[in-house]
Design a protein around this ligand. Sequence first.
Ligand code: AHM
Ligand code: MG
Length: 338
Amino acid sequence: MIAHSDTSIVTIDRFIIEQEAKFPEATGELSGILYDLAVAAKMISSKVRRAGLIDILGAAGSDNVQGEHQQKLDVIANAIITKAMDHGGRLCAMASEEEEGIIAIPPQFKCGKYVLLFDPLDGSSNIDVNVPVGTIFSVMRRVTPGTGHGKLKDMLQSGVKQVAAGYVIYGSSTMMVYTTGRGAHGFTLDPSIGEFLLSHPDIRTPNAGKYLSVNDAYERYWSEPVRALMRRYRGLDTQHDPMNVRYVGSLVADFHRNLLGGGIFAYPANTKTPNGKLRLLYEGNPLAFICEQAGGAAINGRQRLMEVVPTELHERAPLYIGSKNEVEMATRMLETDR
Ligand code: AHM
Ligand code: MG
């Protein structure tokens, strides 16, 4: 007899539905958001896969051979997510690293009880050299009363208030990793059928790190405790084994490798950029949520990152994220930096 169904293949849709079924009080709205994000991720992935062809088909900002105006991929990714998410009736507002203010839900659509914050295509400058890029997202429940449009207050919540977060990496394969607070789960896109399939259930990050990811070019702008910490990670204190240094310069790629292999990614404060470079709401918090769910940790050098109360939409925060032992080391060694 031919077996027609292979129950070991779990699509992202099935996984989301099965997770939701565990919670009788769930309304399905959050599931709908995740489902729509997975669709947007597939659309962005297909654009990213064609990125190298832009030179042939027409450079960004120019008209291509069909006379269509070419846009930069980060602009395209921003539009894809906005359009995929604005009409489901589940969100009351969005915010993107690419846009200055809140993205309102168009008046013809219903507003819901969640807000979505996202970085549509992080590390997009890497596209020209064929290096992986990523999308990062964070979902929170609105705090303002009513059913109308969301406000800034709904966005300016600390990371512990996230109800879901995740990222998509457009690497040698496309993967989506997300959490709703019950573990971090990874799905790999099978391009032949256009489905994300469960490939990394319940990701656990090693407690001890193998990789150090930091841009050493800023060393002269770091404080002395940060320099000492990095020397310690690199074994230059001669009492510890060195970690391997790996820095792609594309946050999602660096984070993803370290999540699976163990290690720490650091973007410390420096005298030129006192809050580092990375954005708390679009980059730091969502990755911190994933990392903690996988057994890791994330701090800003002073406190748990997800407890920082934001005051601005595009606020930056120093970031130390990864394996527990390495983040604990940072907490200890940066004590004198406060
Ligand atoms: P972007 O949001 O402008 O794309 O910049 C974010 C990127 C991250 O992906 C990466 O970790 C970081 O910038 C690298 O910065 P630097 O070149 O200063 O090391
Ligand atoms: Mg970014």
